[in-house]
Design a binder for this molecule. Structure first.
Ligand SMILES: Nc1ncnc2c1ncn2[C@@H]1O[C@H](COP(=O)(O)OP(=O)(O)OP(=O)(O)O)[C@@H](O)[C@H]1O
Ligand SMILES: [Mg+2]
Length: 418
């Protein structure tokens, strides 16, 4: 008898997911759609792996399908210079226009001043692809910039449809020409009618700064901070997906998955993806399975985490450990600094600054306590830091989330100290 093929793993991890694969976040999509189709501007702030890029793609998909908008997605991580940024920007907008090729090229070339855009045709998509030569002077780059920045409003006018441009990892713009470019962009975007702009980034402290008083994007749009997805929101999605492989997951198991992954989409999906074959074999999953598989993921990350740990100073390591052990809300308190040998507050502030730059630590408003709270961004890194750490003396015991108590060989080798 022919064996039935095992059911396909329904948990995509690490790719862009939209449509049916996209879990919840309906409120966020609705809000973004509403704002952007009316030519609004939104700053979307979220730490790594919270699902920004998926949310952007899903929002653009719905804007096209339901609001007849023309949408362009520009990922700043793909641009290594300002010239490359304008290439990406122009190509995304030309692709969005979906106009007959010849007319599109005539139109786009028609308002270029000081340079002549060169296009080739992508044989697969039949789309025009713009290639810009390296600019020989700032004036030449300025011509290109001016031309590119006219594309969105001119397109909106020509096609009589809303245009929406989404920049992913927008904070990277600062690497090119710093403040000057930011100011130029603000001035241009501000004059664009019928064009919505989304500025997303995974370094919230940088994006927030760009939108602060005294900076180029002050009062330019609303700030939207993406939170993890709650257990109630995950439950129907996860249960239904496990059911496609006849895998029973009790509410307590869903809770364990979401708690381990801290509700962060990437980690939830990774954990579920890794749990899948176990579940299909056994017909159900237990909390022990979740704990085992989570530990396996932490172990998989060992080399990367150890390299990152090696690159930190002792003061930064101690601060990271204190945050891992749940001291993120009172890390500046004297008893915590003493218990964890953190030194003066100025040293803690410097360490936290560096850990934020590295995207290891997030700084957030603490809801209950009214102050701020620091949190390790990656739940796997947090578990890795906690592994094998003896409880801290001085009255501050580990609070939660300790994964294992086996001492780690690597920790000794890297000379970890508390
Ligand atoms: N709404 C969602 N439903 C299901 N899975 C999701 C959702 N959002 C994100 N994911 C999962 O999380 C992964 C990471 O999502 P995404 O790339 O959108 O995050 P990001 O915030 O842009 O991350 P990065 O900061 O690394 O760019 C996706 O590959 C997918 O597996
Ligand atoms: Mg992303």
């Amino acid at each position: 008898m022919a064996r039935k093929a095992p059911p396909e793993n329904p948990f995509p991890a690490g790719t862009i997911v939209t449509g049916d694969d996209f879990a919840d976040r309906q409120d966020e999509v609705a809000l973004l759609r509403d704002e952007l189709r009316q030519g609004g501007r939104v700053f979307l702030l979220a730490y790594r792996r919270f699902g920004k890029s998926c949310l952007i793609h899903e929002t653009l998909r719905q804007l096209e399908a339901k609001d007849h908008a023309l949408t362009a997605y520009v990922d700043l991580y793909r641009a290594n210079s300002e010239r490359e940024l304008w290439e990406l920007f122009a190509n995304a907008l030309l692709a969005a226009s979906r106009s007959p090729l010849k007319r599109l090229l005539e139109w786009a070339t028609g308002f270029a001043r000081g340079f002549r855009p060169r296009f080739s045709i992508d044989p697969q998509t039949q789309q025009p692809v713009l290639t810009l030569d390296a600019p020989r002077s700032p004036a030449e780059l300025a011509d290109v910039r001016e031309w590119a920045l006219e594309l969105p409003p001119k397109l909106a006018q020509k096609r009589e449809r809303p245009v929406v441009v989404a920049f992913d990892e927008f904070q990277e713009i600062r690497a090119f020409d710093g403040v000057r470019l930011e100011k130029t962009l603000r001035a241009a975007f501000q004059s664009h009618r019928g064009v919505g702009y989304l500025f997303a980034g995974s370094k919230p402290h940088l994006l927030r700064e760009m939108a602060q008083e005294g900076h180029a994007f002050y009062r330019f749009g609303r700030l939207m901070e993406l939170a993890p997805v709650t257990e109630e929101q995950w439950a129907p999605y996860l249960t239904a997906r496990f059911r496609t492989g006849s895998v029973d997951v009790a509410p307590a198991v869903v809770r364990a998955i979401v708690a381990g992954a801290e509700g962060i989409p990437y980690y939830v999906m990774r954990l579920c993806r890794a749990l899948w074959s176990r579940g299909v074999r056994a017909g159900s999953l237990s909390e022990d399975d979740v704990r085992d598989v989570f530990s396996e993921l932490v172990a998989e990350g060992d080399q990367l985490f150890a390299e990152a740990w090696d690159a930190l100073t002792l003061a930064q390591r101690r601060t990271l450990a204190a945050v891992a052990e749940g001291r993120g809300h009172d890390v500046f308190a004297e008893r915590v600094r003493t218990a964890y040998e953190l030194g003066p507050s100025s040293t803690v502030a410097r360490s936290l600054g560096r850990l934020q730059e590295l995207s290891f630590v997030a700084r957030e408003a603490a809801q209950a306590r009214g102050g701020v709270r620091y949190r390790i961004v990656d739940p796997l890194l947090r578990a890795w830091v906690l592994r094998g750490r003896p409880p801290v003396t001085g009255g501050e015991r580990r609070t939660q989330g300790a994964q294992e108590s086996t001492p780690r060989r690597r920790a000794r080798k890297t000379g970890r100290q508390r």
